[in-house]
Design a protein around this ligand. Structure first.
Ligand code: 5GP
Ligand code: ZN
Length: 114
């Protein structure tokens, strides 16, 4: 399915390069970059190049592209402890209405390298 974007969406603007970001990995279906408000060093986001608000609305080819990227980020960062987080809807703490997956390293206390 062809990429889909929404002019008013900040993550669609990041994909287009209209808002700057620290890019990590880009594929035909996905874009990943560092979170602007990191919960830990290396906190990354992986977003599909298809604008939908929630995960269940996403075409499968976009959805299945995400996890291998999250895996590459975790491997590249060399983290042993991390969370993959994906929020859908306000009550579930989604703030940006473009599907995104967090990769959040969990450093040991006092050890920013994880
Ligand atoms: P949510 O709570 O929706 O799951 O998480 C949204 C995430 O997007 C937050 O962690 C927030 O810091 C991040 N974020 C929001 N706006 C921007 C931005 O313009 N650039 C980047 N790099 N991250 C953003
Ligand atoms: Zn969007």
């Amino acid at each position: 399915m062809a990429a889909k974007s929404l002019a008013s969406c900040i993550f669609c603007k990041i994909i287009k390069g209209d808002i700057p970001s620290f890019k990590l990995i880009e594929t035909e279906f996905s874009y990943s970059f560092l979170d602007i408000g990191p919960l830990s060093k290396g906190h990354a986001l992986v977003i599909p190049k298809y604008h939908t608000e929630k995960m269940h609305e996403l075409p499968d080819e976009y959805l299945t592209d995400v996890l291998p990227i999250a895996k590459k980020i975790a491997l590249a960062q060399g983290v042993k402890n991390y969370n993959i987080l994906q929020n859908n809807g306000r009550i579930a703490h989604q703030e940006v209405d473009h599907v995104h997956f967090h990769v959040i390293p969990k450093p040991l206390e006092g050890d920013q390298e994880g």
